[in-house]
Ligand binder design. Structure first.
Ligand code: SAH
Length: 186
């Protein structure tokens, strides 16, 4: 569960929340690794919705899914994740966020505090009981710290009767190492 790569650590945790047939969300497709992971977890009767605002992310992820014969259980949506309710009418078990920029892409295109908070809020509205939202906040880039602080503040103020919120942070790394937030609906 505690892996060398932060994304693997998060996947290890997220995995324990997903059952075959579940509906789940990759809120930031990026390079598509989480989309593939989620598609594998939900099985043939499950449904994954993936959001990204960049064509390149959608295209490369589509290829990855196609190669693995997983496309039929995934809907890739080119829209901002805050608009989740325009596209998904059911409840969801899990939503995964990877904030920041696409490492292989345009480093100017980043997730932004306002839309990130709205997206988290809207995902919480459709999250099932015992469902989980995972957020990896990468905040070394310009504007990243503001986003991290806003996410931190928003999550810190969630009603603890309804949600458990925890974070996992590196204690022995250089400044601005990514941090994991996990929100569980009780
Ligand atoms: N920083 C992470 C990867 C983040 S990828 C790492 O290093 O591994 C973040 C993805 O979110 C990018 O592909 C970007 O296009 C996408 N994105 C940015 N704003 C978005 C939005 N409003 N809605 C959906 N996706 C968004």
């Amino acid at each position: 569960m505690f892996e060398p790569k932060i994304t693997d650590t998060v996947q290890g945790i997220v995995k324990t929340y997903i059952n075959e047939g579940d509906t789940v969300i990759d809120a930031t497709i990026g390079n598509g690794y989480d989309t593939v992971f989620l598609a594998e977890q939900v099985g043939i009767n499950g449904q994954v919705y993936g959001f990204d605002i960049q064509d390149i992310a959608i295209r490369s992820t589509k290829e990855k899914l196609d190669e693995r014969k997983l496309l039929n259980r995934v809907t890739l949506i080119k829209d901002s994740h805050e608009c989740v309710k325009d596209h998904i009418k059911s409840s969801v078990k899990v939503a995964m966020f990877n904030l920041g920029y696409l490492p292989s892409g345009d480093k100017e295109i980043i997730t932004k505090p306002e839309s990130t908070i709205k997206a988290i809020k809207n995902m919480l509205d459709i999250l099932e009981k015992n469902g989980l939202i995972s957020i990896i906040s990468y905040y070394g880039h310009e504007g990243g710290m503001i986003e991290k602080n806003e996410v931190n503040k928003y999550l810190g103020e969630l009603n603890n009767k309804q949600y458990d919120v925890i974070s996992i942070a590196y204690e022995n790394r250089k400044m601005n190492a990514p941090i994991i937030y996990l929100v569980r609906e009780k």
